[in-house]
Every structure is written in structure tokens, then in C-alpha cells.
Write a protein that binds this ligand. Structure first.
Ligand code: GLU
Length: 280
């Protein structure tokens, strides 16, 4: 069965971009008689807020979107991520990293990849015996992982067949110092565990798919089809972002907007006054 999901992080209220993305994922599944799931990505305990989880549920209901089954919370699925980490560890693909953000920023050799600075590999192959008790994260030795899987591809509705290039991301973090799993690991494990066949999400996550594809191959998980859609932008062409004061759905609701009318507008490819669709 075709299965899609909306997977927000409860680190703030949803805005118009989230609404457009949730509607796309919902409608994609419903048009095919499929299932639409809601997954709350709340593994980041320092930034996730319970009030935002309630807000997400309220906002989706306001838009008229209904999901199938219970709301899945990543914070309740840590054993699954642990098991995946253990498998990768057993394959000899993970290493402890003791570097702070400042250490990495100070490294003059740090090149840049699709998601910012690429980790320069300082702790790869280092002797850690004397510092095991210090806080550390776990990184994947991406070159070794790529050697193991060989070339990989994935299919994107817009870009077609894409050759995975996880090397450009460097040795990404799979388990953080302050959180039991990283976004990359949790999203890959969950999409497979929940039987997601089609990942419908914003173009800002296109690059992350290179890493997700690699993790799928390493963990023996199926690869969904990907549908990365353009993001909404404000009238000046800037991507809508909470930090730039983009109105939340709650703000629009409080201002008297009707949720069903807004959903209809977004489905028609229109956006409320002052906003427009960004170029892909
Ligand atoms: N939790 C991610 C976010 O809110 C989205 C995850 C995904 O769709 O893969 O940006």
C-alpha cells in the first residue's frame, strides 16, 4: 500500500511551508487509496517541546488533515535506533568523536559539503583509551561505508534517478552527545519500520537523502521513492523560516483565517497574500 508521512520536529509551531508539505504528503497517499502517517521527530530533547506536539495535532486538524493509526513519537523508539547503531558498530563503521563544535570550526582544513562544514576526520582512527569517559558522539566512517556498499542510486520524482553521493557529507554524526540518535539515523530506520513507500518532503532535505540511501543499504532496508517539493517563500523570495518571523498556522488561525480555505488555497498552488511559491 502506498504510504506517506508528515514528520515534523516539535521545535516550534508549524508555518505555511509545513502546511503545504503535509497537504502534499496527505493528498499523495489519499489519491492512491494509501495511508498517511504522522510521526513526531522529538529525539532532540533540548529543543522539542510538548506544547508544540499538541500544536501540531491541532494545526493539522484545523487544516482538515487526518492521519492513519496512532501518532508515532521518535522519543519512544530509541531501542530501534540503538539496534541500528549496534549493527553499524559491529560492521566497524562507527567511531567515537570527542570534538566540540569549536574544535571543528577551528580546523582550517574543514571543507564544505551540502550541509555546511564537513567533519575533517580528526577522531577517525585516533587512540581514545585515555578519554573514553568524556562526552562523545558517534560518527560513521563514510568512505569505509561507501566502499562496503558500492555505488547506489535513488529515485526522485523531480530529479529522476540520482546517484547517491554520501561522501560529500563527510563523516556525519549518527548518535549525538546530547541525543540518542541523529536525524539521519532515526528517519531512515522509521521510514522503513513504518512501511513508508513514498517520502514527500521539502527540497531542503534533498541532500540528506544521499546519507539516508547509504544507511538503507548498510542496514538492509528498502528505499522509498522520494518526492522533494519546492519550498514556499515570502514575497521577497526568501524561504519561510520561523527565525525570520514567518507567521505560524496558529497566528493565521488567531487572525481569523479558515483552515479548510487555506488548505484549498495551497492545493490550488496559491499562497496567501505576501507569500509565493519558491522556485525549485
Ligand atoms: N523532522 C524533519 C523536519 O522537521 C523532517 C524529516 C523528514 O521529512 O525527513 O525538518
Amino acid at each position: 500500500m502506498i504510504t506517506t508521512r508528515f514528520a515534523p520536529s516539535p521545535t516550534g509551531r508549524l508555518h505555511l511551508g509545513h502546511a503545504a508539505s503535509a497537504i502534499r504528503a496527505h493528498d499523495f497517499a489519499r489519491a492512491r487509496g494509501g495511508a498517511f502517517l504522522l510521526r513526531i521527530e522529538d529525539i532532540d530533547g533540548t529543543r522539542s517541546r510538548e506544547e508544540h506536539v499538541a500544536g501540531i495535532v491541532e494545526d493539522l486538524a484545523w487544516l482538515g488533515l487526518a492521519w492513519d493509526g496512532p501518532v508515532v513519537r521518535q522519543s519512544r523508539r530509541l531501542a530501534l535506533y540503538d539496534a541500528a547503531l549496534e549493527r553499524l558498530r559491529t560492521m566497524g563503521l562507527l567511531y567515537r568523536c570527542f570534538c566540540t563544535r569549536a574544535d571543528i570550526a577551528a580546523s582550517l582544513t574543514a571543507p564544505h559539503g551540502p550541509a555546511g562544514a564537513v567533519y575533517p576526520g580528526t577522531c577517525r582512527g585516533a587512540d581514545n583509551a585515555a578519554r573514553m569517559d568524556r562526552p562523545h558522539c558517534w560518527r560513521i566512517d563514510i568512505a569505509r561505508a561507501v566502499d562496503r556498499t558500492g555505488p547506489l542510486t535513488w529515485h526522485d520524482a523531480g530529479a529522476g534517478i540520482v546517484a547517491a553521493d554520501p561522501l560529500a557529507h563527510g563523516d556525519v554524526v549518527l548518535a549525538r552527545k546530547d541525543a540518542p540518535a541523529s536525524y539521519h539515523l532515526a528517519v531512515t530506520v522509521d521510514d522503513a519500520a513504518q512501511g513508508v513507500t513514498d517520502v514527500v518532503r521539502g527540497a531542503d532535505l534533498f541532500a540528506a537523502t544521499h546519507v539516508h540511501r547509504l544507511l538503507q543499504a548498510l542496514l538492509g532496508l528498502p528505499t522509498p521513492a522520494y518526492h522533494h517539493h519546492p519550498l514556499l517563500a515570502d514575497a521577497a523570495g526568501r524561504r519561510l523560516a520561523k527565525r525570520d518571523g514567518a507567521p505560524s498556522l496558529a497566528d493565521l488561525r488567531d487572525g481569523g483565517m479558515d483552515g479548510a480555505a487555506l488548505a484549498a488555497m495551497l492545493r490550488a498552488g496559491a499562497v496567501p497574500l505576501g507569500f509565493r511559491a519558491a522556485r525549485a
